[in-house]
Ligand binder design. Structure first.
Ligand code: XIL
Length: 552
């Protein structure tokens, strides 16, 4: 039943493929359509619980031309007990793919992980028999339904040597060739891949893969392709020379494929990380597009709602193309635009934002808002930059308002706004708005200071007036000032408790009980006798309770 469907759908896919190739893909088309225009598939890894999600199913059908079961074809799913094969979960995914006209990559036959204990505990000869039996049964079951099999998964260490798995320990390095031969015996047509991670760029591990594949080919082992998982993380950098790396495997006469692409980051995500992630996705896409034998790209999931990353890498996530609510992320746009071809490079800036209006002006802050820009260039509005007239950046909000803090009191600001899109295009500047911050601490006191020097010199009398220019009474006060030229008060002074520490130029005068209140618009007088040498220069700054007063 399924086979008939498969034949019918692959015919349909072939016809659709011709149509797509003849007609340029629509700029806004789904990923699979743009990939097909390059003769490549665009795929998704799914599990049965995920394809049951009614919110997700339409996206799977719309965007992808290929599916990989994320877990359902692994040994622990297909042969949990010796000789007891169970295909229901995998069949569900294959059936969905066939309904959608999608191809399926089988994942995976021989792996050190997600393989039941009973397999791992077998002795060498029983393990060899189990390997043959497993591959024969599973590959036969899906014969005609799959595009490719990941026959052997993750056989390498980071240094490029063979991983010391139970397979290697018990069967020796020949287990890899045996697995490929068993798979070919069960299905002469399906493409047979070897698959690994951290082999995406040039390096010791991909060199090891290259040597391994060369030796398999030299031994006449039936291998058709090399899978590059591409589980990337923005904090580790982009793999070096990915395109050249794919190309050297292609030059061995093999297909290559990006099999498990995701790009994780340390949470929380932010616009900078998402933009970096988008460049990684774009680079991977471009690398595959640049290599004729790159068959396609499979992302290891589509929505951040379903991803293996948070469970496997604590504190990391946001690795996929759309968020938990299926809203596209910059990564989606990057992949889409890379697949849609250079012709859609976004050079269109957003429209000019409206003139900023101000509200809530204080001594150090203001709130600005402006009418929003729109963007038609395809990379979407990313946010705004608020500038001062001299070009200083004051804020970079993602929405059309900004609250500025840390401004200088009593200062005129001229500000304007430009919008930015996801490709970095800047709009022209909005009109400029001018506002002035209010005075720092609104001074509500004025101090008068007058001296008369005594005839022979050295002695003086100072009369001080404190006026409350505020609207509320001052209740309890300490006046402070600093002598500028070595003067000293001669205690006790009058109408206040006067103090000047020895060796210090700072003077304080604190109220007495009878003059502790200075009424609004009221004044009080106080004074002292003092000594001076040279010039008896008046203090220039006075504070009342720590706040600067104006000088009369
Ligand atoms: C992951 C699955 O996505 C998880 O659900 C599961 O718990 C662990 O395996 N390399 C592979 C995939 O080849 O099979 C792995 O899939 C991810 C890493």
């Amino acid at each position: 039943m399924r086979k008939t469907l498969a034949a019918a759908t692959s015919l349909l896919a072939a016809v659709a493929g011709t149509l797509v190739a003849a007609t340029p893909a629509q700029a806004s088309g789904p990923l699979k359509e743009h990939a097909a225009a390059h003769g490549k598939y665009f795929g998704d890894a799914v599990d049965t619980n995920e394809i049951a999600d009614a919110a997700y199913r339409p996206h799977i059908a719309a965007e992808f031309s290929q599916l990989t079961p994320g877990n359902a074809m692994k040994w622990d799913a297909t042969e949990p007990n010796p000789g007891q094969f169970s295909y229901s979960r995998a069949d569900e995914i294959v059936d969905l793919a066939q309904q959608n006209g999608q191809t399926v990559r089988g994942h995976t036959l021989v792996w050190h992980s997600q393989t039941p204990g009973w397999v791992q505990n077998l002795d060498a000869s029983a393990l060899r028999t189990a390997l043959q039996n497993h591959i024969s049964n599973v590959v036969t079951h899906f014969r005609g339904d799959l595009y490719a099999w990941d026959v052997v998964n993750e056989p390498l260490n980071e240094d490029g040597t063979l991983r010391n798995s139970f397979w290697l320990q018990k069967l020796g390095s020949g287990y890899i060739a045996e697995a490929f031969r068993a798979a070919r015996a069960a299905d002469p047509d399906v493409k047979l891949y070897i698959n690994d991670y951290n082999t995406d760029g040039m390096g010791a591990k991909s060199d090891g893969m290259y040597r391994l594949v060369q030796s398999l080919l030299a031994d006449g082992v039936p291998i058709d392709g090399v899978g590059f998982q591409a589980h990337l993380a923005i904090q580790y950098g982009f793999p070096s020379q990915m395109q050249q790396n794919l190309q050297r495997f292609a030059d061995l006469g093999l297909d290559v494929a990006i099999t498990e692409l995701d790009v994780r980051m340390q949470l929380p995500s932010d616009s900078t990380k998402l933009a970096t992630q988008a460049t990684y996705y774009r680079n991977v896409t471009n690398a595959c597009l640049a290599v004729a034998r790159c068959a396609g790209i499979t992302t290891w999931g589509y929505t951040d709602k379903y991803s293996w990353v948070p469970d496997t890498f604590p504190g990391e996530g946001a690795a996929l193309l759309v968020d938990e609510n299926f809203q596209t992320k910059p990564a989606y746009t990057a992949v889409h635009d890379a697949l849609a071809g250079g012709g859609t490079e976004d050079t269109t800036p957003p429209t000019t934002p409206g003139t900023p209006s101000t509200s809530g002006v204080t001594a150090t802050g203001v709130t600005l808002s402006w009418s929003a820009s729109t963007d038609s260039g395809g990379s979407g509005l990313a946010g705004y930059t608020v500038y001062r007239a001299d070009g200083t950046v004051l804020a970079q909000p993602t929405t059309n308002s900004a609250t500025l803090a840390g401004l200088t009191p009593s200062t005129q600001y001229q500000v304007y706004v430009r919008a930015r899109d996801g490709a970095g295009n800047l709009s022209t500047a909005s009109a400029t708005t001018t506002f002035t911050t209010s005075a720092g601490q609104a001074s509500s006191c004025v101090v008068g200071y007058n001296t008369s020097n005594w005839g022979g010199g050295g002695g003086f009398t100072a009369t001080v007036t404190i006026s409350n220019t505020g609207t509320t009474p001052i209740s309890g006060w300490t006046l402070g000032f600093t002598f500028p030229s070595g003067q000293r008060i001669t205690p006790p002074g009058w109408s206040a408790t006067w103090a000047q520490a020895s060796g210090s130029a700072a003077v304080t005068a604190t109220n007495l009980s009878w003059n502790q209140t200075i009424a609004s618009n009221g004044s009080i007088g106080l004074g002292f006798n003092g000594t001076y040498t040279g010039a008896n220069t008046a203090p220039t700054a006075f504070t009342l309770n720590g706040t600067t007063c104006a000088t009369a």
